[in-house]
Design a protein around this ligand. Structure first.
Ligand SMILES: [Zn+2]
Length: 418
């Protein structure tokens, strides 16, 4: 059990850190070829490296790719306990601007509508975020509505640094050796691209989940399809039986994809196709789709469907060329974690010890942990508390910051006797 003094410290420390971190602009860029994808991510990395040094962590590194690593020495006598890693990501999604984010605390939420100072067109309601009805009486943090908030994943960062500050202040909270890693570019699928695997322990946790109490160790099996259509341009007045309009053909092709298998029509364990880009001229068109499912065979069927469509369209439009490329982006981490179930079991116990109901959840996406698990480092995902990620309506109760920090304290202690 944690004392009230420790809980108060966790709340104040995590909220203050969170409010500071979200004001640093760290939007990543999916079109950039550099690593990290945006220079501004260095700014928060620099702040975090300095703070971890101040908290007496060892081997603090902020590398050229934007990763921050640090080692927390074990409580005395526990140096030989198994080392664990705690991971969160520095960047925020390019889907919504994160520049000049201004956090606002809505005190003592009354269950009604939350308005945004800098955007009168949107409101946050219980319909948007049903869990809010459980958060009546809590303090809720949002942005001013002109940017996202950045709880994804600055909440995770604030919780990890808060835990470090708490271990330093209250030496009765025992723990083994812990490695901290903050990654850039998670939101653009490159969070582990340049990660130094040697720097990480054999077991890690990401703090990158959503609702209080959530624990995730299953994610999508993820593919990307790049399709290029090559047609033939002819003056439209003289085009009969000659013209192959690549853009028009591409739009017909995409309309064959079942609408019920789109993100806006699927939930829970259902998979989907998602067209993320389509551009074209008469002569050429290209499109990018992502394909997602928990079951790899279901995705294989989707890819076979696209392959058959390609063959059919090349028959239907003689002269048309369709190039279809698939790339495996990440795999369902469940198969890699199943063998190390105790990694999940201890996280479950830690969440219970924080007084929360554990909510097992399958991620409808991926995390840095998806790749790490595939690389042989089982990495389940623990809630960070934020809701409606990648949105101007993103929000987080301050209590979630405290509770997630509590979970880390319990988790580290449980590992000392594992
Ligand atoms: Zn995230």
């Amino acid at each position: 059990m944690l004392s009230e003094e420790i809980k108060d410290f966790l709340l104040e420390e995590s909220v203050n850190r969170f409010l500071r971190y979200v004001q640093v602009w760290t939007t990543s860029d999916e079109l950039s070829q550099s690593n990290p994808s945006t220079e501004n991510q260095f700014e928060l990395g620099k702040i975090l490296a300095a703070e971890l040094k101040e908290l007496n962590l060892d081997n603090v590194i902020h590398d050229d790719y934007g990763y921050v690593y640090a080692d927390l020495p074990a409580s005395s006598g526990l140096e030989n306990v198994r080392r664990i890693g705690l991971i969160a990501h520095i960047d925020t999604s390019p889907a919504v601007s994160g520049k000049n984010a201004k956090p606002v605390i809505h005190k003592n939420y009354n269950g009604g509508t939350i308005e945004f100072a800098s955007n009168k067109d949107i409101k946050l309601t219980v319909e948007d975020s049903p869990i809010l009805k459980d958060y009546i009486g809590l303090d809720i943090i949002t942005s001013e509505g002109d940017t996202l908030l950045g709880a994804d994943d600055k909440a995770g960062i604030a919780e990890i640094v808060t835990a470090c500050a708490t271990w330093q202040k209250f030496s009765e909270l025992i723990h083994g050796p812990i490695t901290i890693c903050f990654t850039p570019d998670e939101e653009v699928g490159k969070g582990t691209l340049n990660i130094d695997k040697q720097r990480l322990p054999e077991i890690c946790y990401t703090m990158d989940g959503s609702k209080m109490g959530e624990l995730e160790f299953e994610c999508f099996d993820a593919w990307k399809a790049t399709i290029t259509f090559t047609g033939l341009s002819v003056h439209p007045g003289y085009a009969k039986n000659l013209l192959i309009n690549a853009t028009h053909v591409a739009s017909r092709f995409l309309s064959e994809i079942p609408e019920y298998e789109s993100p806006e029509h699927t939930e829970e364990r259902e998979g989907f196709y998602f067209v993320s880009r389509l551009e074209g001229t008469v002569e050429g068109a290209n499109t990018i789709l992502i394909i997602r499912d928990y079951i790899e065979d279901n995705n294989k069927k989707r890819m076979e469907f696209l392959q058959k469509l390609k063959d059919l369209y090349e028959l239907r439009y003689p002269g048309l060329k369709i190039d279809l490329q698939f790339e495996h982006q990440y795999r369902n981490m469940l198969r890699f974690i199943e063998n190390d179930k105790y990694v999940v079991d201890l996280a479950e116990k830690a969440i219970e010890m924080a007084g929360l109901e554990v909510k097992f959840h399958s991620i409808r996406g991926g995390t840095d942990g998806s790749r790490l698990s595939e690389m042989g480092i089982p990495t389940p995902n623990i809630f960070s508390g934020g809701l409606l990620f990648h949105s101007r309506k993103e929000h987080i109760p301050t209590l979630a910051l405290q509770k997630a920090s509590e979970v880390l304290l319990h988790l580290a202690q449980l590992w000392t006797s594992a």
